[in-house]
Design a protein around this ligand. Structure first.
Ligand code: PGA
Length: 253
């Protein structure tokens, strides 16, 4: 049985003290969520240590939102995988569309980052997804398949045990425009087929694939009921503990 996960991507929101309060509120309500649902929060870098003080040793996993593509040295402003690990992270998000779009993150760079993260013992939440133009041109399957091939095909079936994929159509992120459960499911199933072609059916069946993009309490149930949707990467709604927990309670289990 593959893992069900609901992960909160806080993006560049909250001050340190607000973030600590949010983490406390999520922790407090986490017992309402069935034990088999994994909970992960991804605060900004500055919050990781104090938030680790709140969620360390609990069921809530701690994730970064990005990592450097080098191990250490003269890379001003960057944060390495060892730093993340030592701050208490168990995960890092990589390849978020906002990083691809605004900070020039390429698939080539992502191969490097995924490699470093896995070597450091972090699990990776790798984001893929097409933009509006690509969707309107009917290229969504092609774009997502290429992102998966370009990044994940550099890794082994063993490595895949530590990789979670998040399908986030760019046109649905922060726009209030959610992909329908059907639109999301057909891409999730496609991602699983692509993974099966490279790593074998067993690995593909074990890989957790999350949906992200305006996922909220009102639509999570329908999305999570789909066969290949194993949870969500939640942006805006993760900034309210009640909404985040309500989403995590949306699985039929
Ligand atoms: P959203 O963001 O839920 O605010 O659309 C999702 C994400 O970008 O991870």
């Amino acid at each position: 049985m593959r893992r069900k996960i609901v992960a909160g991507n806080w993006k560049m929101n909250t001050t340190v003290s607000e973030g600590v309060e949010l983490a406390k509120a999520v922790l407090e309500k986490s017992n309402e969520v069935p034990a088999e649902v994994g909970l992960v929060i991804a605060p900004p870098f500055t919050h990781l240590c104090p938030v680790a003080g709140v969620v360390g040793g609990t069921r809530i996993g701690l994730s970064a939102q990005n990592c450097a593509d080098h191990t250490k040295g003269a890379y001003t402003g960057e944060v390495s995988v060892d730093m993340l690990k030592s701050a208490g992270c168990g995960y890092t998000i990589l390849g978020h569309s906002e990083r691809r779009q605004y900070y020039g993150e390429t698939d080539e760079k992502l191969v490097e980052k995924v490699k470093l993260a896995l070597e450091a013992g972090l699990e990776v939440i790798l984001c893929v997804g097409e933009n509006l133009e690509q969707r309107e041109a009917g290229k969504h399957f092609e774009v997502v398949t290429a992102q998966i091939e370009n990044v994940l095909f550099a890794f082994s079936a063993e490595d895949m045990k530590k990789v979670i994929v998040a399908y986030e159509p760019v046109w649905a992120i922060g726009t209030g425009k959610t992909a329908t459960a059907e639109q999301a499911e057909e891409i999730h199933a496609c991602i699983r087929r692509v993974l099966a072609g490279k790593f074998g059916k067993a690995v593909a069946e074990e890989t957790t694939i999350l949906y992200g993009g305006s996922c909220k309490p009102s639509n999570a149930k329908e999305l999570f009921a789909e066969e290949d949707i194993d949870g969500g990467l939640i942006g805006g709604a993760a900034l309210k503990a009640d909404d985040f927990i309500a989403i995590a309670k949306s699985f039929e289990c």
